[in-house]
Design a protein around this ligand. Structure first.
Ligand code: HQG
Length: 176
């Protein structure tokens, strides 16, 4: 398995389906690295400690983090499994961006942004990143989110360890 497939495998088991290999995440999303390697190897997925460290350090989006004591790993964001990242609420910049596909616009105008299968709506502080995220779904369009106003109105924002802004949902009135 190459580095990209290994990274996708880590996303699958650390964000969405740990049960697929029998892995258990703690309430903050951490998994034991030794256990992860043993379970992966047991089902024929080649993965070792140095490959994991390479992905954590070099993945383009810094998707994963290793705990301070070096024994555990978790995904920084993107979860569909219910875990608490334990991030403190942060004051967002006045505007944040969300990239989506043009075909979703009608529904988004009606019901705002919801997190679909994930735990949070993902927002970027820059337009270019949002455009890239949107193009994963089709013809991209970038929506501006009035994040400052949302925060003043009592909505919470968090920033993941890899710099993605997260919030539970964005009501349509804050979108441009
Ligand atoms: C859309 C990647 C219809 C939403 C990226 C999005 C990101 C609606 C899709 C991270 C809607 C969900 C997350 C509504 C939202 N009606 N469609 N009311 N509200 N949507 O993949 O933000 O490479 O769950 O616009 O970089 O695209 O995996 O979210 O198009 O940070 O690390 O529903 O995934 O990171 O799609 O991407 P997703 P996303 P990784």
């Amino acid at each position: 398995m190459n580095e990209v497939s290994q990274s996708k495998f880590l996303s699958l088991v650390l964000r969405h389906k740990p049960e697929e290999i029998g892995l258990v995440l703690d309430q903050n999303g951490w998994a034991s690295i030794d256990e992860l390697i043993a379970l992966a190897n047991a089902r024929g997925t080649n993965l070792n400690r140095s490959q994991i460290e390479f992905i954590v350090e070099n993945s383009d989006k810094k998707r994963f983090a290793i705990s301070a004591d070096g024994t555990k790993i978790r995904a920084n964001q993107g979860h569909s499994v219910e875990i608490a990242l334990g991030l403190p609420p942060q004051t967002p910049p006045e505007r944040l961006y969300h990239g989506t596909a043009t075909r979703f616009l009608g529904s988004i105008r009606e019901s705002g942004l919801h997190s679909a299968a994930r735990q949070h709506v993902h927002l970027s502080s820059d337009h270019a990143t949002a455009e890239k995220v949107g193009s994963r779904h089709g013809k991209p369009v970038v929506l501006t989110v009035e994040a400052g106003q949302m925060a003043r109105d009592g909505h919470f924002f968090y920033i993941s360890e890899n710099g993605v802004w997260l919030t539970e949902a964005v009501p349509a009135k804050y979108l441009n």
